[in-house]
Design a protein around this ligand. Structure first.
Ligand code: SF4
Length: 369
């Protein structure tokens, strides 16, 4: 049996000045819990299991620069809908800059990609804990399923996350609770452990059965994980952390999500749009000191040439020329012919028409991230 925390330690956990959960029940007759809610199936099942036991639930939904609410890829837009269906209040929290600071140097390392799952979950738990204290709830529930995710849902990781957030005994995972050491709300009799689940692993069979039981029509597909688990995206993040000595901005991170990326040299990077939508986004992400490159005489992409640290490099004509030839490689061009492009820099209100040729395919590959 998996032990995320011993019963003894759960019993011991009682912060100074805190109200005992059973005392709280006596005070207002209600047991409250905070749920970490995503738009996915598991967390909504956890909420339904609690509501079925008469627990009052409020939700916290977390968004990071890489993931729309919790781990549910693409299901973020659904979270408000799910909260409405569940008839519960929801608080949404955006972890931006502080998330990037953690991502650069996560205490507990990365998973298979650049996913710092343990530190990430800790940040999410911290938010749930804050809300729990604010509304006078007694514990937090999550839709976590034991051994569903290799990095953050194994016994050791769950225990680290609980200890690190000082939430030992206060995190109830209704779907797998019977496989876990009883939490404080269970030992205090606020939650009936016999009615909790014993789901383990990656199969979704048991969750789909529960969805049927609760009458959930069209249950959401399994979450695909956040962008940080994607190998190609992780490569871009690694590159950015390697070459941007100071902290990358949220704009730097947004830029990683679109276009083709080229590491021109340690100080500069080129991003070339792949379609109309990305070209539009590049126009909006372009910062004052970036060079914006746009072919004029032929259809072609928008590119951004960004410099990380050394402003003097902006005067390097060879560098700019290389960026133009790569941009023309992805334009409607043929070898050996000259094409005109506009190069602009917002800050100086500077715009120049430059003629150049496209580069060879193999030249492009040298720089591709
Ligand atoms: S996959 Fe890991 S890093 Fe990404 S949101 Fe989930 S816990 Fe966080």
């Amino acid at each position: 049996m998996f032990k995320s925390q011993s019963t003894k330690s759960a019993e011991k956990f009682k912060p100074e000045n805190s109200t005992d959960v059973s005392d709280r029940t006596k005070q207002d007759g209600k047991v409250k819990a905070v749920a970490l809610l995503s738009g996915g199936l598991d967390s909504q099942l956890a909420v339904r299991m609690m509501k079925e036991q008469g627990i009052e639930v409020e939700a916290v939904a977390i968004k990071t620069p890489f993931c729309d609410f919790d781990c549910g890829k693409g299901c973020g837009h659904k979270v408000l809908e799910v909260a409405t269906d569940l008839n519960i209040n929801i608080k949404t929290v955006y972890l931006g800059k502080e998330y990037l600071t953690m991502l650069k140097n996560p205490k507990h390392g990365y998973g298979s990609g650049m996913n710092p799952c343990i530190d990430c979950r800790m940040m999410m738990y911290e938010q749930a804990k804050k809300h729990m204290e604010k509304i006078g709830a007694s514990f937090v529930i999550t839709g976590e399923v034991l051994h569903q995710r290799p990095m953050s849902q194994n016994s050791n990781a769950l225990s680290i996350i609980e200890k690190g957030t000082e939430m030992e005994g206060k995190i109830l995972r209704p779907l797998s609770a019977k496989l876990l050491t009883p939490t404080t709300p269970e030992t205090k009799g606020l939650v009936d452990r016999s009615r909790l689940g014993s789901i383990r692993g990656r199969s979704r069979r048991a969750q789909l059965d529960l969805a049927t039981k609760y009458g959930i029509v069209d249950p959401p597909n399994a979450a695909g994980g956040c962008l940080l688990t994607d190998p190609q995206f992780s490569k871009r993040v690694r590159d950015l952390f390697k070459f941007v000595i100071s902290e990358p901005s949220l704009n730097d991170m947004d830029l990683l999500k679109i276009g083709r990326h080229f590491r021109i040299n340690p100080n500069s990077k080129l991003v070339v749009g792949r379609n109309h939508a990305e070209n539009e986004m590049l126009l909006s992400y372009c910062e004052d000191l970036d060079y914006l490159i746009q072919p004029v005489s032929v259809p072609g992409p928008v590119s951004i040439l960004r410099f990380h640290t050394r402003p003097d490099m902006r005067k390097d004509k060879k560098l700019l020329h290389l960026a133009i030839t790569i941009t023309l490689r992805y334009s409607d061009t043929v070898h050996g012919k000259l094409y005109e492009v506009h190069v602009m820099q917002k800050k100086k209100n500077w715009k120049k028409l430059i003629s150049s040729q496209r580069c060879d395919n193999n030249e492009v590959d040298i720089f591709r991230i």
